[in-house]
Design a protein around this ligand. Sequence first.
Ligand SMILES: [Zn+2]
Ligand SMILES: [Zn+2]
Length: 346
Amino acid sequence: MKALTVYGPYDASYGDVPTPEAKGRFMTVKVEKAGLCATDISIWTGKSSFISDGLIRYPCRFGHEWSGTVVAVGENVSRFRVGDRIFSDSSVSCGVCPDCLAGNYSRCKHARSLGTVNCWDGCFAEYMSIPEYNAYRIPAPVPFEQAALIEPLSISLDAFHGASVDKTSTVTVIGTGAIGMGAVWLAKYLGAGRVISIGRTDSKLAVAAKLGADLLINAKETDAVEAVRALNGGDGCGLVVETSGNEAGLFQALRMVSTGGRVSVLSFYEKNLNGFPMDTIALNQISVVGGAGRVGNPERVAGVMAEYAVKPTPIITHHVPFSGMLDMLKNLDDYRNRIKIMIDFD
Ligand SMILES: [Zn+2]
Ligand SMILES: [Zn+2]
């Protein structure tokens, strides 16, 4: 089968590698759709702290946002059959440690992340090997391309973990990448009365509008902090979701959140931040809550995709065939206004 392997910064090629066999509780799955994520791009460019820290190592069979069809099952697979449409956790648990044997696969300390840290061969390949205990059935009405968005949107869902959102709520989302878009989409699904999307590119803000954003702020033209602070009689917004991944965005979030409000941080900054306004957080009783996806989120997001009339499809701004993926990586500037590039397999 064909797989795209990254051997070092800006060095990748398609290779012919053995198709994984289905043994024990493992299944061979044909990849149907795969999303390209910022992490994948940083593996391609080498500009990632995960690489400089040695957590992600070359050669790397990357890719972790995917959906596919089961084509073969091992002798101990009981929950899936050939032909089932599935997606998976973003890591593969060992299956043999005490946690795994107790069924707590998410606590497995030997888990290997798909296509990233301690790399399990990822989804930029025609086939993958996935154990049944990390796999989930795609709900019938959800197409493969939406199912490949479940992984990033599971991170978006963490913005609301333990938060109460209702029609009196305003949710402000900073950043117009896939995770920010997912937060806009989920905020409306959860019933937020008003959702504000802050970005720097009009075409991406237009996607936020399609997903339900009520107010769009282009931060290149408008002082976003002033605009959001003006809400609620100058007290700011009760729930601000930071997805931009740059520290200016985080500090803006802390300045536009209301007294007693919450900032949900869904980004990686790849460094420790100086200038964190701790006194403002204390004085204004601000909760800063981090999230990177958690157990249960993928199934929940799949359920929302199945039942909610608004579909997250506008997040997909480009389609590229798998055979054209390397060319796309070499010419990423041609995709400058991308949100999510979806890789299509034959
Ligand atoms: Zn990702
Ligand atoms: Zn384990």
